[in-house]
Design a protein around this ligand. Sequence first.
Ligand code: C5P
Length: 243
Amino acid sequence: MARRKKIYEGKAKILYEGPEPGTLVQYFKDDATAFNAEKKATVDGKGVLNNRLSEFFMTGLNMIGVPTHFIRRINMREQLIRSVEIIPLEVIVRNVAAGSMAKRLGLEEGTQLPRPIIEFSYKDDALGDPLVPEEYIIAFGWASQQDMDDIVALALRVNDYLSGVMYGVGIRLVDFKIEIGRVYEGDFMRLIVADEISPDSCRLWDIATGQKLDKDVFRRDLGSLTDAYTEVARRLGVMPANT
Ligand code: C5P
């Protein structure tokens, strides 16, 4: 058996060199972290669920013309993705006040926002991913003004798609985080959705009961994270893979 070349290991995923140029293999670990990795645990089956759920969301986005890095799922824990040049930003879209926004502004969690609000954090673990205004992003050259316009358009399309899909299964999309990467195609550069879309990176509340079905279950010790993610997968008809 040949050893694969590890390109990068993060808190929840590992990237390996892919079978063809321009591809990578994304492996989903069972590790859960919160508060910039101050809280850590292994959650059996989380990687399998997130691999499947990210496949589901990214496939849907690809189908409606929102480009993503997802090519195909390989097995229970791995998917083939396009290699991208990641923009060092966490792009957060909020429909309802929760988490850090509720805390920062003294808003009650669950307050409906008048419109979707997009915010950006600079991806830097050592700094704790600080919130940054667009002016910093342009000034420091992390993205151009044109990139920012395209990122906002992409983020709002992802929000519309995810909100609708989740509403269809009785779940309120409170907020989520995406990451964006650049791909180069001949003379053109394109921005595409990268990383993952899963209950690790979204807030999902049951519409009927308000029950949390996302990583806040782990952050706030509200019960079984696997049960919460399995419920999301079950409602979406995304069953854990056995291949
Ligand atoms: O903590 P905060 O309220 O800023 O998080 C907003 C959204 O972004 C949540 O859905 C959270 O899960 C996600 N997020 C993430 N990765 C981070 C920070 C936030 O997926 N590093």
